[in-house]
Design a protein. Structure first.
Length: 140
């Protein structure tokens, strides 16, 4: 069954296990579409960033501090967007690889099934909530 753009196994299912081949194909279509959308957005952002830098090169003469600061902020925002899009695209690609190798829906931390509810919200999830929290605590 398709819910919020994600595939959910039968009634009352709470894990990614036990899905039919048709459900996995639906997941693949969703993830592939997401990857293609993110890839397109990333390529557009790269082109926009390149145009922005070219304009900066030809337009830097005579800038006061405010102009320079605005351009720096704009450049930083563009770079941040590129990083975010690349990260999301990589996550979608990794989810597709996990689908191919049969590990999609299983936590990379504890190997337990990731609850379907989590996959509905974040189809590229690689960890259950508990393992995600443990990783975040270790990182900080």
């Amino acid at each position: 069954m398709l819910v919020n753009g994600a595939v959910v196994a039968g009634k009352g299912a709470s894990t990614a296990k036990g899905r039919s081949a048709e459900e996995f194909e639906q997941i693949r279509v969703i993830l592939q579409g997401r990857f293609e959308d993110l890839d397109r957005e990333y390529e557009e952002a790269v082109a926009q960033n390149t145009r922005l830098r070219l304009v900066e090169i030809g337009d830097a003469a005579g800038d006061d501090q405010a102009d320079s600061g605005s351009k720096t902020a704009e450049r930083d925002a563009a770079t941040s967007l590129l990083r975010t899009l690349l990260d999301r695209r990589t996550q979608a690609e990794h989810a597709l690889q996990r689908l191919d190798d049969g590990t999609y829906g299983n936590c990379e931390g504890c190997s337990n099934p990731i609850p379907v509810e989590r996959l509905e919200v974040f189809p590229s999830a690689t960890t259950c909530v508990h393992c995600k929290q443990v990783r975040e605590r270790r990182a900080s």
